[in-house]
Design a protein around this ligand. Structure first.
Ligand code: 5AD
Ligand code: SF4
Length: 446
């Protein structure tokens, strides 16, 4: 097998991180091993995200850098590829504007990558942004990478058509993988050392594979030996059914963390966004979840400055965030995406107002996050070490509530779940110490 180097740069959501891993896996049998830099790569892939503005500009600016590397090489010129949602949405434009790009392909075509690479190596320019009818899930090989914390894609696409969002156009209609296939993959991941499995989907709680809904799927995966933690993302409030809420009460391995984006706290804006629920309905769901699992940590996405958003609407968003009390959130300024209904709505909000609202919202959300982190100080929490820290002798892991924890610990603990006593809290995470046996065991009475 020849030894070639593969460089992938990934933007955007967990779905893209997962897709990049899968691309590396399908190319492995062709002799491509990952490299961290484009400088010595034989194949460079930009796995792009189209969700917010300037995505295409960023891609072109990165492409410029890759072209310089390609031009500088006298022989063994690398292949340059653009994948992901920008490729899907703007493939034709890239094809025309950037003649040095060899391959362009959308998220539904990754299983065809070996074929495309062979063609491109033969000098052909390849563009593949179709939505094939067959499922890409049927063709993808298993992950070659071992990680204590694995992603498992169970659902793709979205039929919700929120008026700000490109996903229904770039990722296509909603599709769930058959449960047997997902459970088999979960078993194989567990067999290779995965202790935490995160079920991924653009609209994961809309999962419906045969008779299974997401709660059924979680229950089945919880039965697998070796799986200690289960998570899922991203969810839509409309699909947060009672069965899934009860799973948070009944399935111990399901972690007490839920990412449930609300986007806005104003009914008027929610309506314009086509979210199909009110603020009150969202709060009622949150109440139910908290009744089922009182310690659950909540997270959301917010958009400020959607067309037509007034100061009063913004205050409604602040009020909602205040009421819920979030563990961590993502918040964005609205950016019009061509081809979506929001882009042509009246009442565009100025950048200055968006900036001000974003700052105000983030100040509140960061304060909430810091408060939650501080409330963990002194507590002992189980932490799964899934990353190495930047300094030697440092490991990073996650609490059940998705907080990152730094610990000075031997590398031998990588991949293990261990009790950690939280010593310090920051806005972004925690620091702690491994709890030794003496601290845990009751003292012997003399
Ligand atoms: N402008 C700003 N934020 C957006 N998001 C999606 N589309 C847009 C847009 N046009 C945000 C939403 C979504 C998250 C993944 O990205 O909050 O939940
Ligand atoms: Fe986009 Fe809305 Fe679908 Fe989420 S639910 S992917 S925001 S259209």
């Amino acid at each position: 097998m020849s030894n070639k180097k593969l460089y992938i740069k990934t933007w955007g959501c967990q779905m893209n991180v997962y897709d990049s891993q899968k691309m590396a896996d399908v190319l492995f049998p062709l002799g491509y091993a990952p490299t961290e830099t484009p400088d010595d790569a034989d194949l460079m892939i930009l796995n792009t995200c189209h969700i917010r503005e300037k995505a295409t500009d960023k891609v072109f600016s990165d492409l410029g850098r890759l072209r310089d590397i390609k031009d500088a090489r006298a022989e063994n010129k690398p292949l340059i590829a653009v994948a992901g949602c920008v490729a899907q949405a703007e493939g034709d434009v890239i094809m025309k504007r950037a003649k040095y790009v060899d391959m362009i392909f959308g998220p539904q075509t990754y299983h065809l990558l070996p074929e495309m690479v062979l063609k491109a190596n033969g000098g052909e320019r390849v563009i593949n942004t179709d939505f094939p009818v067959e499922s890409k899930f049927d063709h993808l090989p298993e992950a070659a990478v071992e990680s204590p914390s694995a992603f498992l894609s169970v659902q793709e696409g979205c039929d919700k058509f929120c008026t700000f969002c490109v996903v229904p156009y770039t990722r296509g209609a909603e599709f769930s993988r058959p449960p047997e296939q997902v459970i088999e993959e979960a078993k194989r991941l567990a067999g290779r050392g995965a202790k935490e499995i995160t079920l991924l989907g653009q609209n994961v709680n809309a999962y419906h594979g045969g008779d299974y809904d997401l709660a059924d799927l979680i229950a089945a995966i919880a039965e697998i030996d070796g799986v200690q933690r289960i998570r899922y993302m991203t969810s839509h409030p409309r699909d947060m059914n009672d069965h899934l809420i009860e799973a948070h009460r009944d399935i111990k391995k399901l972690m007490p963390f839920l990412h449930l984006p609300v986007q806005s706290g104003s009914d008027r804006i929610l309506e314009r966004m086509n979210r199909k629920h009110t603020a009150e309905e969202y709060l009622a769901i949150i109440d139910k979840i908290r009744t089922a699992r009182p310690d659950i940590a909540l997270s959301s996405d917010f958009i400020v400055g959607f067309p037509g958003e007034t100061d009063a609407d913004h205050r409604a968003t602040m009020d909602l965030a205040e009421k819920v009390g979030y563990a961590s959130c993502y918040s964005f300024k609205y950016s019009p995406r061509p081809g979506t209904p929001g882009a042509v709505m009246d009442g565009m909000v100025s950048e200055a107002v968006k900036d001000k609202r974003l700052q105000e919202l983030q100040a509140l959300l960061f304060a909430q996050q810091t408060r939650l982190n501080e409330s963990m100080a002194g507590r002992v929490l189980p932490v799964l070490f899934d990353r190495k820290g930047q300094k030697p002798g440092q490991l990073l892991g996650k609490t059940p509530y998705m907080q990152s924890v730094y610990v000075d610990a031997s590398e031998r603990l990588f991949g293990m779940m261990t009790d950690v006593k939280i010593s310090r809290a920051f806005q972004n995470g925690l620091a702690g110490e491994i709890v030794t046996l003496e601290e845990v065991l009751p003292k012997k009475s003399a």
